[in-house]
Design a protein around this ligand. Structure first.
Ligand code: SF4
Length: 349
């Protein structure tokens, strides 16, 4: 079957199922998937969209596994959630393993006592880690509202441990003016995360040693090279980039921020973007009156594992394949952490 034929059959299923079916497409998906998606957005925005579609019995999440899990957590019990390729995971989310997190938590509590630290996890984490944060009085955050969630924890006079992205955590701490000497890195492969007892006592923010290879691909040299080639350009980067890259850029912000930045830029503007290349390419097509280019090409191979073929297979066998399940106990804890985030700040999309 050609891709065109696959897309025609997907559209046929959509017409037949009407409002009973919702297809969600993350911003980093390929164009053919975006073209058949009912909603396009970031991971939180899409889960919230799914939860608001009360008539949808079947939710198909075209994105990586933690996103489909979050949709499962936020959906009602009568809704069923599917992911066209269950092997499409997120390497960064996998860097925070629940057993390692429990060990770290215990080690930190031995030094600081039981009420000193609030665990916060990025949306890009497994349901297990979200549930851990929910059970321990913590919260989830997105790259849009990480600052607000950090402030909430600090206002309570507590320290923070942040999973799983060192760089989003560091950029957020930097933006809040927390000195670098009070930010420590926790390497789960080393005793006490590789820190002295004194370091743990003095830290305001403990950052889990995880990263997104798509965003750490970008370097200061890439940014400087881009400025040489396009002297009048603006450079916008995602906060999963390293903090030296963020410091060299004109702006840093979430996927939603990047989309609005491009939308609001004047016609004729030149904007170079450091994030997943599918998003940059789509923005370039959407705004032909502006020059939108990647600072350098960086692709998320896991997002690319979703294609019209496996989406069609999921629809042809709807209800029988590729369903996403979350253990009921984990689901409750994860919901608590997500609800805490909702109470604190409404994400942009
Ligand atoms: S872009 Fe990075 S954080 Fe997002 S799914 Fe891919 S590896 Fe994970």
């Amino acid at each position: 079957m050609t891709e065109e034929e696959q897309i025609d059959r997907i559209r046929g299923h959509k017409a037949r199922l009407g409002k009973k079916l919702v297809i969600l497409g993350h911003h980093y998906q390929r164009e053919s998937i975006i073209g058949v998606s009912d909603f396009v957005g970031d991971s939180f925005g899409l889960s919230a969209s799914a939860a608001s579609q009360k008539n949808a019995k079947h939710i198909i999440f075209c994105g990586v596994h933690f996103m489909a899990e979050s949709a499962r957590v936020l959906a009602s019990p009568s809704q069923r959630v599917f992911q066209p390729n269950l092997t499409a995971g997120c390497p960064m989310a996998d860097m925070a393993d629940i057993d390692d997190v429990e060990v770290a938590w215990e080690s930190i509590q031995q030094v600081l006592g039981s009420d000193a630290v609030i665990p916060i996890t990025y949306m890009n984490s497994s349901a297990d880690i979200k549930a851990f944060c929910g059970r321990n009085g913590g919260a989830v955050c997105t790259s849009s509202n990480a600052g607000r969630v950090f402030e909430w924890a600090l206002d309570k006079g507590r320290k923070i441990i942040f999973f799983p992205d060192e760089h989003l955590g560091r950029n957020t701490a930097n933006a809040l003016g927390i000195p670098k000497r009070q930010q420590i890195l926790w390497n789960p492969n080393l005793p006490n995360g590789g820190n002295s007892i004194e370091d743990i006592r003095n830290a305001v923010v403990t950052l889990w040693k995880g990263f997104c290879h798509v965003h750490t691909h970008y370097t200061v040299e890439h940014i400087r090279e881009a400025r040489k080639r396009y002297p009048n350009c603006k450079i916008v980067v995602h906060p999963e980039c390293k903090d030296d890259v963020v410091a060299e850029a004109d702006e840093a912000g979430s996927t939603s921020f990047i989309c609005s930045y491009v939308e609001q830029a004047a016609s004729g503007a030149t904007i170079l973007i450091a994030t997943e290349v599918n998003l940059t390419t789509r923005l370039a097509h959407e705004y032909p009156d502006k020059t939108i280019l990647p600072v350098s090409r960086s692709l998320c191979h896991n997002m690319y594992r979703i294609n019209p073929g496996n989406l069609l297979y999921t629809l042809d066998n709807l209800g029988k394949v590729n369903e996403v399940f979350v253990d009921p106990e984990v689901l409750e804890g994860a919901r608590l952490a997500l609800q805490k985030m909702l109470e604190l700040a409404q994400p942009i999309d």
